[in-house]
Design a protein around this ligand. Sequence first.
Ligand code: FAD
Length: 290
Amino acid sequence: MEYLGQYKAVYKAKAGCEDILSKAQDGGIVTAMFAYALETGIIDGAIVAGPGEEAYKPEPMIATTVDELLAARGTKYSISPNMALIKEATRSYGLDKIGIVGTPCQIQAVRKAQLYPIGMRDVPDKIALALGIFCMENFPYQGLYQMVEDHCATKIDNVTKMDIGKGKFSVYTERGVNAQIPLKVTHKYEQPGCHVCLDYVANLADISTGSVGTPDGWSTVFVRSAAGEAAFNKAVDAGWIIAESMDGVKPGLELVTKLATEKITKNQKYIEHRAHAEHEALKPLRNPYI
Ligand code: FAD
């Protein structure tokens, strides 16, 4: 369990509301949690990956209404620098209780900003709900574009959903699954920074969620912090989220653990390899006579 981080509880869960689920990536947990938190004053806004000007090119956005949260549903497999809006949220928007969603690296950045608030004066006590999404890797937009347009022979403007799962990158249009390519084809487009990441399930989030482990239409949810636990339990009680035990769920935590272990051990090896390579590369620069 080392690679799954600390957590208070883990669930198979989904949003209790069809409007959220209809265009959610998985169980709509991120949107349902933020919508509930917004409606009940746990947060007064959330930084999400909004739709950008180009299809699937995310644009960080401060959502202060449920409609804005709904507009930001779904995974965009490209970098959405949500952290970049954190000061804007406190200062220009005057938010006192911020929600933020991010990949594991982004949630690490949130926690770092809280611990060492250099240039982040207004931030540390204003993060009310940090939701982490599982992440194996991310892609620069140009790479994603080529995966869709070249390898999947699909116009990115026609795509209604993208998904990574069961070893495949899948692209959907109005007609359903339009194309699938094996992940070995997408590896070369991965953002190199992802290869030094040692977190698969957003260990530092208040709540983290992903599709792996639970059946289609559901999410695996780790409730990690006291703040996360309080908000999640209230959202369940209020019917915004349906949560069930993970006991007996297939493929369950076994698969989450397997993927987390694979990511971390592979990247750990790469970090060691890089340190060694850098050491070797610096050798010629040393004076051989001393
Ligand atoms: P929804 O209710 O649909 O909301 C999704 C939320 O995520 C929205 O608020 C949206 O703004 C935000 N978001 C979308 N794209 C990004 C982005 N690029 N950066 C930051 N925030 C974003 N899950 C797994 O189980 N295994 C994986 O290996 C995995 N890899 C992923 C890789 C990437 C690059 C990303 C972005 C996500 C990955 N996920 C993975 C998470 C999964 O795709 C879903 O995002 C997650 O299950 C949440 O779904 P939902 O239905 O609860 O969210």
